[in-house]
Each structure stands twice: as C-alpha cells, then as structure tokens.
Ligand binder design. Structure first.
Ligand SMILES: [Zn+2]
Length: 369
C-alpha cells in the first residue's frame, strides 16, 4: 500500500500547516478510544514532551472532542467516454481467476465484459462483472490481480449485495506492465485528477447519487518495524498494512478481543478521513470500531494516488477490506475469502443500504466458511 508511484503527477496539498496540532488531537483521540493504547502513546508523548507518562495520559483523556471537520467542496468526478469493451464467457475465458470458477452456478445472473483502454500513456485491461438482477449494489474494486482471494470473495459478495465489480487484469501480477511504453504502474497509485481517463473509467458506474465503493485487497504478513511509530518487540514482517502498525497516515484501532476474523493482525477494514477532520467521520468508522473490527483510519493530507484518497477528495463513500495473503492453494484461498466475506457481511449489516440487505438471497449464506 505504500508503493511510491514514480512519475505520478502531484496534487495540490490540503490542510498543510496544521499538521502538528491535528496529529496530536488525532493520536489523543485514538488513545481515548483504546485504553490499551494509552500507555504506548503516553510513553511516546512523555519522551517528546519531557513529562511523566501518567500526566500525559491524563491530559489525553481530559481533552475535549475535536470540532467537526471543515466541510470541503468535493472535487468533481471526470466525465469520460466509455471504454471499448467486449462480452466474454466466464466459463471459457483464458484467465487464471476465471479458471478457478468454472461452475456455471457461480455465474448465474452475472455478466462479464472485458474493457480495454488507454489512459493516454498506459494501456489497461479490466473485467467488469455485473449482477444483472441487482445492479444497484456497491461498486466493488479489485486493483491487484495477484490477490486472488479478492476475486473469489467478490463473486460471493456480488450475489449477496448486487452491484458492479471492476477487477483489473494484470496477467496475475500486482503491477500493470505496459509493453508499449515499458512502464510499470501500481493500479492503486494511479487515481489522480490529472489522469481522468483512468479514474473516470474505473468509477464510471458510480451513478448519482454515487454508490458505496468497496475495495478488496490481500496483504503481506506483518509489517516492516522501521515504518512504525509504535514498534512492538518481536513483531515484524515485510508488509505495510497491519493493525499493529502506526504511522502518521495509518492510525490503528485494534479489536480488543480479536474474534475471528480479527485473530489475524493483517485482517482489517480501512477508511480514509481528512487531515483536519475526525476519524469518526470515516465511512462506518464509529460502528466498526464499536463492533470490534480491526480498523485502520487513514489520515490523508495529500493524495498518494490510491483509490481511498481519491474517494475522500471527491466526497465518495469508500471502505477497503484487507486480509493476510495466504497463497493460492484451495485452503489458503478459502481462508482469506471467508475473512473478506465476513467483514463485508458485518459492515453491510451495520452500515449498508437496508433495501439491499432485505433483498439478499438466503443461498448467499451457504458455504461461507
Ligand atoms: Zn492490493
């Protein structure tokens, strides 16, 4: 998630100049919500301020709730011509994701088209999967083609909640390699207003009012301790998303009891919020935290080109579900899929469109775990 997009144009920065105060407020709010976190936070602040940890913790607990965030006028979404596309047969198409799903029952009511387009510099191929009976569900976005459990999970989710899925095809790779230009781009670091043909086509089905965007990912186990402001002895790894990681951007709100699927530090929900705002304004953030999710709130000052940041600056409802990458054998895929689906189900119960929930087929509950 932290891969730098070299060559991506920069965006104008928002909220600059207030970072230290906003950051302090933010950290203290996290501390208030998570008593276990207070000790760690207090030690960090005590070191920084030269005060005893206990008095810093007390000051943290006594701070008032921050004011409501500044209401920003969302940036307009690009209007772009439709991409060239063709209908494909999911039962015969030559692709590793579809090859795992040749049972016709999995495709009942779903249609699939392959979109091929250029954003002006780079060529893209995207699978667009539509629940034809219930188009009015979420917009599901799968940026990384090597994260196979996300594809398996979205087929379950499309039957449960309807909507439209956009899955980027990179021949089973993470990066989008363009043979013509020789460029290699992370599909989740390419959402910039300066590249309207990319964001515009991935989000073309948002509608008015815009539907909820749900992104799905798997991630590398653990995290690089050098990235963390709160390193924990004995914990580490190679990833950059974990409920044990805290940075200026990623603020963890760990589950207190770690029930399945949150017995895994890499299984998290992530929602963005503005740098000068309150994390509780993130989509469903308060409800998820109360419900015992591993929740990461992403505090965004400037866009890193990810869809979460793009959604924030364009006033779109967005949530990202991540789980640990467990490989592509049947057991690993089933494990990761079940965790993603469980988070989706719980979130939809808490914050989803109640009409969609009422229409949910009973059959969708079968074979989840
Ligand atoms: Zn990913």
């Amino acid at each position: 998630m932290s891969t730098t997009c070299s060559g991506c144009p920069s965006r104008p920065e928002r909220g600059r100049g207030i970072w230290p105060i906003a950051a302090l407020h933010n950290w203290l709010n996290v501390a208030r919500m998570r008593s276990g976190f207070v000790a760690t936070l207090s030690m960090i602040l005590a070191l920084a301020l030269g005060r005893p940890a206990a008095s810093v913790a007390q000051a943290a607990l006594a701070l008032p709730v921050p004011p409501s965030p500044t209401v920003m006028r969302p940036l307009p979404l690009p209007v772009v011509p439709p991409a060239w596309s063709e209908a494909i047969d999911p039962l015969t198409i030559d692709d590793e994701d579809f090859a795992r799903h040749r049972d016709p029952h999995e495709w009942t009511g779903l249609s699939v088209r392959r979109l091929i387009f250029s954003d002006g510099e780079i060529n893209w191929t995207v699978w667009r999967i539509v629940n034809e009976q219930r188009r009015d569900g979420p917009l599901w976005v799968l940026p990384h083609d090597n994260e196979n459990a996300t594809f398996d999970a979205v087929l379950v989710a499309l039957h449960s909640y309807g909507g439209i899925a956009m899955a980027i095809d990179d021949r089973a790779g993470r990066m989008n390699y363009d043979a013509t230009s020789g460029a290699s781009v992370d599909p989740n670091r390419h959402f910039y207003d300066a590249i309207p043909l990319y964001a515009g086509r991935i989000l073309a089905d948002l509608g008015d009012p815009p539907r909820l965007i749900i992104a799905l990912h798997t991630n590398t186990p653990g995290f690089d301790p050098s990235l963390s402001l709160c390193p924990i002895a004995g914990l580490g790894g190679g990833g950059d998303i974990s409920i044990r990681l805290c940075t200026a951007r990623y603020i963890p709100h760990p589950s207190l009891t770690h029930p399945w699927p949150f017995d895994d530090d890499d299984t998290v929900a992530l929602v963005p919020y503005a740098v000068d705002g309150d994390w509780r304004t993130g989509f469903c953030a308060r409800q998820l935290s109360t419900a015992g999710f591993n929740l990461i709130t992403e505090r965004v000052a400037t866009s890193d080109g990810s869809l979460s940041n793009y959604a924030l600056f364009h006033g779109l409802q967005y949530i990202n579900f991540e789980t640990r990458e467990r490989g592509s054998d049947a057991v690993g895929l089933a494990n990761a899929r079940a965790r993603l689906v469980a988070m989706i189900d719980r979130m939809m119960t808490l914050c989803g469109d109640q009409q969609l929930l009422a229409l949910r087929p009973v059959a969708a509950d079968k074979g989840r775990r």
